[in-house]
Ligand binder design. Structure first.
Ligand code: CMP
Length: 144
């Protein structure tokens, strides 16, 4: 479902911390290679153990993150998900579920890699978050 007109989408992208520092021209280019979607509360965005190749940025709404049925995190506007399976080329490490209606920006794997190639500042933000999540998960007593 299309949510934003192109100019509104560019504006929305500019509000997400991950895209902070990008010029209007860069945000416009990014808007062209991303999809904006709205999903209903209860929609599973990433499923633990399944293959997944999309990178998701929450623009509005709330999500929860679970592993083995246990809640390990929550997220909202500006938070991003799906980076681990993409970077590590492994199955999804957790399940991410919309707990309210959620608006998302979705990047395919090629769009994700293209974005990281172009913008080292974004790459650093993604890597920092990936590292902290891996550390959090490795300390998770539910992990074998
Ligand atoms: P991925 O493994 O591709 O799919 C599930 C996503 O949940 C994962 O990428 C991260 O984006 C996110 N995730 C994994 N572990 C945590 C955590 N401890 N806290 C928040 N988000 C997480």
């Amino acid at each position: 479902m299309r949510l934003f007109r192109q100019d509104t989408k560019v504006e929305a992208l500019g509000t997400a911390p991950i895209f902070e520092g990008l010029s209007k021209k860069e945000l416009t280019q990014l808007a062209r290679v991303t999809d904006d979607v709205e999903v209903a509360a209860g929609t599973v965005l990433c499923k633990e153990g399944k293959t997944g190749s999309e990178f998701l940025v929450v623009m509005d709404g709330e999500v929860e993150v679970t592993r083995s049925g246990r809640r390990i995190g929550t997220g909202g506007a500006g938070d991003f998900f799906g980076e681990i399976a993409l970077i590590e080329d492994i199955p999804r490490t957790a399940t991410v579920t919309a707990t309210t209606d959620v608006r998302l920006i979705v990047l395919t794997a090629p769009a994700f890699w293209g974005m990281l190639d172009l913008y080292p500042t974004i790459e650093r933000k993604v890597l920092r978050t990936l590292a902290s999540r891996l550390v959090a998960n490795s300390a998770d007593p539910s992990l074998a």
